[in-house]
Design a binder for this molecule. Sequence first.
Ligand code: TRP
Length: 337
Amino acid sequence: MSKEIVLTGITTTGTPHLGNYAGAIRPAIQASKNGNASPFYFLADYHALIKCQEPERVRQSSLEIAATWLALGLDTSNAVFYRQSDIPEIPELCWMLSCVTAKGLMNRAHAYKASVADNEQEAGNDPDKGITMGLFGYPVLMAADMLMFNANKVPVGKDQIQHIEMARDIATRFNHIYGEHFAIPEAVVDDNAATILGLDGRKMSKSYNNTIPLFETEKKFKKLINKIKTNSLEPGEPKDPDGCTLYGLYKAFSSEPEVAAIRQRYAEGIAWGEMKKVLFEKIDNEIAPARDRYHALLEAPEHIEEQLQEGAEKARAICTPFMQEIRQSVGISRITK
Ligand code: TRP
């Protein structure tokens, strides 16, 4: 039996933070070491252009995200690790998919609808204000990412489930018209994947500006942990771990017995200062070795580029012939052999 294809991408608009790490990158790297799956991980830099028109930021983010995966020990002998924009077949497929995608389906996409709703908040505003075709067609590009490699499983956060559903619709429609070419992808949402809270207690997210970057220097990292918002309970007063940002983070980095022990200490009234110290040491312990490798990699961008080129080559060995098949199927090909 052929191996299951697991595929996911990260949009290159920011610096990876603890939430990205515990929720997405760490499990994906573990999966890259499992020989029963065939993982495809990529830098979604075309997706970045939808939200970010600062070229330097997109460039820097691509470098940082690639360095992060490699520093954390992604097994590139098993996983195909590439940059979306190195695969011209992806935008080509995106076009073909666009031509079988109902506009009405795209009208229902959450991200697009949220932008329209924001516009309608202000009376007299054009509902389309600031909405590009890139944003509108975002789910089609994402479908092309998945269908290009016949992805079976797509690990994503809850906010992305709708996009996988749309990719399933689009694939089914294409298969119906042109024959069975595409596997139908399935979203994998890890319920245990930590929802890590940020400095202010809301979900850790670059849009809230409350993140703790994964590879800060040790000193800055400690400072950020100390900045995490807590309540004003005094040392010795029993504290509730559930809903506590410090506890949530601790849990994402600890074994069950360690978590049970820390719950006990909350009940006994551990001081916030002490808990921050415990938490800092716990996380620092896990990420310090990768942090050194990360900074070394940033100093050797040519090594990162080489890895991405190798990944692109492996990816294109698959999608160049596949795209040939797709072109044939829609009637685009040379007239003579
Ligand atoms: N849109 C995804 C996000 O913002 C990133 C992404 C792009 C992706 N293409 C994908 C995820 C294909 C899974 C599969 O999180």
